[in-house]
Design a protein around this ligand. Sequence first.
Ligand code: PHE
Length: 467
Amino acid sequence: MSGAREQFGSRIGFILAAAGSAVGIGNLVGFPVGAAKNGGGAFLVMYAIFVFAICLPVMLAEMSVGRTARKDPLGAYRKLSNDSTRWKTAGWLSIVTPFMIAVFYLIITIWIFGYLFEAATGNLAALANPETFGTFINSPAVFAYMAAVLGIVYLILQGGVKQGIEKAAKLLMPALFIMLLVLVVFVLFQDNAMAGVKFYLIPDVSKITASVVNGALSQAFFSLSLGMGIMITYGSYIDSRADVPGSAKLVALTDTAVAFTAGLMILPAIFSFNPETNPAELSESSIGMIFSYLPQIFLALQSGIGYVGASIVATAFFLLVFFAAITSLVSIFEVPVAALMEEKCIGRKPALLLLGVILVVLASFCAVSFGSNEFFTSFTSYAGQPKSFFDVIYDVFYDTILPLNGFLICVFVSYRWKRANFNAALDQGAPSYKGSLFERYVDWSVGTIIPAILLVIFANTVALKYF
Ligand code: PHE
């Protein structure tokens, strides 16, 4: 495309957009439940160490590659590797992966939107029925909600980086913080809330097993939106004088703070609204929590504040999760959109429409893969398990390729682009980073321990998942 490359208009705009990408379903539900069940405070400390010691350096690698190349991930790998064909695959992976993750993330966002709509229109009782979720995901209404969610994503992305992504983040993120705080305060003042806080936070080191450690690291990696080309793309929209390490630290801090705070909402709510809660029954999956378990918890509130009150609390909760999901969805869809615009020299709107059509087709295949269409429901099988189309996308792109992409960017930055260039790129605009202990740690770890860990996770997932 001709003309100057689009840019974020302000530092805070960039930080909110990147934090908007990072803060998602993983923070609001995945982290709190994972922490509560896997060692409480001990899990929290371990998670925070992973965020700052392993994920933050990867985020710096991605952002600095984007900002230096000023290109989409495919173009960035090409430019900084001087057109190496070897690195082309890494470039392709970092635009195909986000596109495919966008497909399944869209499906979940559609469900959230549907539940938001139902809660807001007085149907909380129906949502609380354990049968509802299974019927809902197979109903034609899903397609109407799909149209609505895509309409919102289109409206945001067609505005471009400054007028679209940044503006939406500046509106939605503060709203999200406020709603989260209001809900936390409300919940903490309910009877029995402290039982939930205790369950959430009391450290239990005996729960920390190898698989919990692995889970915490994957959760942190996913939560910071790494391995998806997002931070490369957003990085390419930052001013060359901006302080990248400082901004990245704030993004990581915000993400962790939201995850921690969400735990002060979810667990006390479960214990207080439903004092009979049996911790062993808390679902492992975020999806099960959001759509099957939490509506029942919200409905239980009606004995105290009435049906309307309970519906308002449920609506506020789904709106909060919806805001978090939409800013993440926007960030992930921007990656292939930016790549198509640049690689094929076409405008933003045609790129959005073209990729939007493919997204709708693939998302429709997912939407009918929960029983309504046999072909997509029993799409394939591996490790002796039948898998739907939705499962395959989730397993391959989300669970398997993300750590591989993380490994590739680390190796690329340290050994192809070279450490001196990486450090110099981060020093630019960040005088306090230059020469710091943190810089030395990032420089060392991105070339050694971090890719080694990510490669082990990748190999382990492949071995366990498909054979
Ligand atoms: N970081 C988001 C979360 O924690 C996940 C995500 C971001 C997923 C962007 C897809 C795209 O939920």
